[in-house]
Design a protein around this ligand. Structure first.
Ligand code: ADP
Length: 334
C-alpha cells in the first residue's frame, strides 16, 4: 500500500529534501525535548570551558522522525565542529570504518545513524576507537596476518538508534551520555507545524494546525509531511489559505482518521481482534497476519498504538484493550 507507506515516519527520498529544508538551525527552533537540550548545554559549555574540542560520546534513542539527526547537527553547531554522517548498515567492512575514521579532523562529530545495525566485527573495532582513539587493524590473513594500530584524531561519536535493546552492552557502556527522546505533546507538534508552515510559506488557519497536529502521531516528521500533503490538497481544492475543513478533508482523503491512525494501524488492531480473539499474539504471528515487517510493527505502529492505550504488551504477546475495541466498533471496523 504505497499511500500507507508514505505516512509512517520512515524517511522517503521526498522527506529527505523536506527534512533538510525544515531542519532547525538553532536550539531555539528545536522545539520540546527540554531535558535533553539542558543536558547538552551543560555538556558543551563544560567542554568549551576546558577548551576541549570534544565532548563525551553521546547516544540518542527514540523512534524515527523524532529529531535525533537534527540534535546531532545542533551539537556540532554549538561546538563549532564539522559532522560526518554515516548509516550503521553501510559500515560493512573494516576498510569502510578505517576510511571514515582516518578522514576525521580533530574535534569532528561522527554521526552514526541506526548504529544498532552496524556490522558486529566493525562494531567491536569501534570500542578501542571510542576509548583511546586507536584503530586496531588486522592486515593480511592466516599465519602472515599482523596487527597495526592506527591513530585516529580525537572526535566525538554521536550514535542514534530506534532500538536501544539491540545495542550490545559493551557499545552502550562506552557512551558517556545516553538520551531517550521524549514523546512530543500536541502543543509542541502544533508549534512545529506553525514553524514549518512559515518556512514553506503556507498560509494556514489555527484550526487546520490543530487538526494536523492531532493526527500526526506526535511525530515532527509526520507533522511536516502531513502539512505538505494538506497544502497540496488545498492548492488544488481551496483558495490559498488552508482551512480547518480542508485539513480534515485532505487527511480523510489520505485515510488518516481523527485519532491519527492509518490503514496499517487499523489492520493490526483488526487482526488482533479478529484473528487472535483480542490477543495475546506474538510479533511474528502478527507480522505474518498483517503483512507488515516485524521491524515496522515495533518501530512505527506499536509505539503509537501503545501511546493511545489501544494495545498492551504482555509477556505472552500483544493484546488489544477495551478502548481499542470501542474505537473499532465506533468506526465500524469490526
Ligand atoms: P530522526 O533522526 O530522529 O529520524 P530528524 O532529526 O531527521 O529525525 O527529524 C525529522 C524532521 O523533523 C527534521 O527535519 C525536522 O524538520 C523535524 N524535527 C524533528 N524534531 C524537531 C523539533 N524538536 N523541533 C522542530 N522540528 C523538528
Amino acid at each position: 500500500m504505497p499511500q500507507n507507506k508514505k505516512i509512517i515516519p520512515i524517511p522517503t527520498e521526498e522527506d529527505r529534501t523536506l527534512d533538510l529544508a525544515l531542519r532547525p538551525q538553532t536550539f531555539q527552533d528545536y522545539l520540546g525535548q527540554d531535558r535533553i537540550k539542558k543536558n547538552i548545554r551543560i555538556i558543551t559549555e563544560a567542554a568549551k570551558k576546558r577548551k576541549d574540542p570534544c565532548i563525551e560520546h553521546i547516544l540518542f534513542y527514540g523512534g524515527p522522525g523524532l529529531g535525533k539527526t537534527t540534535l546531532s547537527y545542533l551539537v556540532a553547531k554549538k561546538m563549532g565542529t564539522g559532522v560526518r554522517t554515516i548509516a550503521g548498515p553501510s559500515i560493512k567492512k573494516s576498510g569502510d570504518l578505517a576510511a571514515i575514521l582516518t578522514n576525521l579532523r580533530e574535534g569532528d562529530i561522527l554521526f552514526i545513524d541506526e548504529i544498532h545495525r552496524t556490522n558486529k566485527t566493525c562494531e567491536e573495532m569501534i570500542y578501542p576507537v571510542m576509548e583511546e582513539f586507536k584503530l586496531n587493524l588486522i592486515i593480511g590473513k592466516g599465519p602472515m596476518a599482523r596487527t597495526m594500530d592506527l591513530k585516529i584524531p580525537r572526535f566525538t561519536l554521536i550514535g542514534a538508534t530506534t532500538r536501544l535493546a539491540l545495542l550490545s552492552s559493551p557499545l552502550r557502556s562506552r557512551f558517556g551520555a545516553i538520551f531517550r527522546l521524549d514523546n512530543y505533546n500536541l502543543k509542541e507538534i502544533g508549534s512545529i507545524i506553525k514553524r514549518s508552515a512559515s518556512l514553506l510559506e503556507v498560509e494556514i488557519e489555527e484550526e487546520a494546525i490543530k487538526t494536523i497536529a492531532s493526527r500526526s502521531r506526535f511525530n515532527p516528521r509526520v507533522a511536516s509531511r502531513l502539512l505538505k500533503r494538506v497544502r497540496d490538497f488545498s492548492e488544488v481544492e481551496g483558495k490559498g489559505v488552508v482551512t480547518g475543513k480542508e485539513a480534515i478533508k485532505a487527511l480523510s482523503f489520505l485515510d488518516i482518521d481523527e485519532m491519527g491512525l492509518e490503514s496499517g494501524d487499523r489492520k493490526i488492531l483488526q487482526v488482533l481482534f479478529e484473528n487472535f480473539g483480542g490477543g495475546p499474539a506474538g510479533l511474528q504471528s502478527l507480522s505474518i497476519s498483517t503483512g507488515e515487517e516485524e521491524e515496522t510493527i515495533i518501530d512505527i505502529y506499536e509505539p503509537y498504538l501503545m501511546q493511545l492505550g489501544f494495545i498492551k504488551r504482555t509477556p505472552r504477546g500483544r493484546v488489544v484493550t477495551q478502548k481499542a475495541k470501542e474505537y473499532l466498533k465506533k468506526n465500524k471496523k469490526i
